[in-house]
Each structure stands twice: as C-alpha cells, then as structure tokens.
Design a protein around this ligand. Structure first.
Ligand code: ZN
Ligand code: FE
Length: 256
C-alpha cells in the first residue's frame, strides 16, 4: 500500500483543510474555500476522490460546491439540511471506505459546537472539526456543557496515540488560557515553547495526539482537582461536577 500522507492546506486566517493523499489521490476534510485546495491539487498533480465535512459552518463547507464543479466526488457529512452538497449522510457508528484510499473511517456524533457535528476516525487519526482543539474546545453555539462533556469524553476514549486533526490553528492562545487554569502543569509550559517555536516558523502545531490532550487540555481535565479549583474560583462558587467545571471554563475562555 502506498504511503498515506496528510497535508495542512490553509484557508482563511487559521483554518486547516486537512488533505489526505495516497498515491495520486487526495481527499479533503472541511474545505471552507476551494481556491487553496485547487491550487494544492494542481501543484501536486492530484485527483480529488472525496470531501468530508464535520459540521455545517461556512468556514468548513464553503468550498464544497466549487470543488464539485471540478471533481464530482462523494461528499460525506452529517444529516443536516444546512449542507445541501452532502451526498453521503453518515451517523454514529457508520463506517465507509474512503474512495481511492485503502482506509476505513468510522463516524462519531459529537454534538455541542453545532447540533449535528461529527468526527471521522480511522487509520490512527481523528478529524474532529471544531469540537476538540489542541488544548481547547469549540464554542457552544448549538449545544450545552453536558453535550460538550459527552463529546469530549467520547473522543477521549480513542487510543492515546490517535493523531488529532483540528479545524483551526488555535493552539497558542488555548495554551495561554490553559496555563492560567492549571499553572502547575509543567507539560503546558513545555508545550507552549514547542508551539511558539513552530508558529515562529509558520508551521502548524497540529496534529496533536489524544494522549497529549489528556495531559494538557483543561476541557478534558475537568475532573482534576486543580482545574475544578480554578474554575470554581473564577465562577465565584464551588463547582464539583465535571460538567459544571466545563461550563465555567468555556464561559471563562469566551471572555479571556
Ligand atoms: Zn465551526
Ligand atoms: Fe470553524
């Protein structure tokens, strides 16, 4: 089997259109705009075989229609009328072989950032859109802290070595917040140096791994005493349940 590679094609300010490549075939996750994807495909002489969408936001699906004009490929995405270009609707537990690739993806439903947000899991990778970020999580536009806690817990059950491909380059600002929440976490200080060095070279900080997220991401660490204590202090009252801790952290981060 030819090597599988994943490239970070950039879109807008800080979006990544993760582009899988095997041989001359390519598949893209969350193409918010078509132009940078088309430029990459042309430069690398690749043939697009599929589009995957994690959720309906324009910065993740805005390039679908234009890509389809050039490449009439299947589009995998959630059951959500707000993405009319999806041709293959998928839900929790669905599995499919990525067209043109020898790999299988399984779908996880992870509603919270949006009510139909999904993740694609396969080949030791997870494409989690705007739900799990390196050292952070997405905003709760259409869901509750309880839903985000459930979604993150579901992702956290994947093997620790799973590579985490997030929709945005938010790592450095997320680490700054995490360091205020959990000042005693030595790995966060190390991660901040590593991430800052990568960004200084204009390189992505992603993918992360699930094991690294479990050690550094405050939104996955709501059961840790230090995280709960910081959230309680900021909220001004005692928070004992992980869901309440997550809710307080999310509100805190919104205005951080
Ligand atoms: Zn989004
Ligand atoms: Fe986004």
């Amino acid at each position: 089997m030819t090597d599988l590679n994943v490239y970070p094609v950039r879109a807008f300010q800080d979006n990544y259109v993760w582009t899988l490549r095997q041989g001359n075939n390519a598949a893209v996750v969350d193409p918010g705009e078509a132009a940078p994807v088309l430029a990459f495909l042309h430069a690398q002489k690749l043939n697009l075989t599929a589009i995957l969408n994690t959720h309906h936001h324009a910065d993740h699906v805005g390039g679908n229609a234009e890509l389809l004009e050039h490449y009439p490929v299947p589009v995998y995405g959630p059951y959500d009328d707000r993405i009319p270009t999806v041709s293959e609707r998928v839900r929790e537990g669905d599995k499919f072989t990525l067209p043109g690739f020898g790999i299988e993806f399984e779908v996880l439903e992870i509603p919270a950032h949006t009510r139909t947000h999904i993740a694609f899991v396969g080949a030791g990778m997870v494409f989690c859109g705007d739900t799990l970020f390196a050292c952070g999580c997405g905003r709760l536009f259409e869901g509750t802290p309880a839903q985000m806690h459930t979604a993150l817990t579901k992702l956290a059950r994947l093997p620790g070595a799973t590579r985490v491909y997030c929709g945005h380059e938010y790592t450095l600002s997320n680490i700054k917040f995490a360091r205020v929440v959990e000042a005693g976490n030595a790995e966060l200080a190390q991660w901040e140096q590593t991430a800052a060095a990568l960004r200084a070279k204009d390189e992505p900080t992603l993918p992360s791994t699930l094991a690294q997220e479990l050690r550094t991401n405050p939104f996955l660490r709501c059961s840790e005493a230090a995280v709960a204590a910081a959230a309680s202090k900021h909220a001004g009252h005692e928070l004992s349940e992980p869901v309440s801790v997550l809710g307080a952290l999310r509100e805190w981060k919104n205005s951080f």
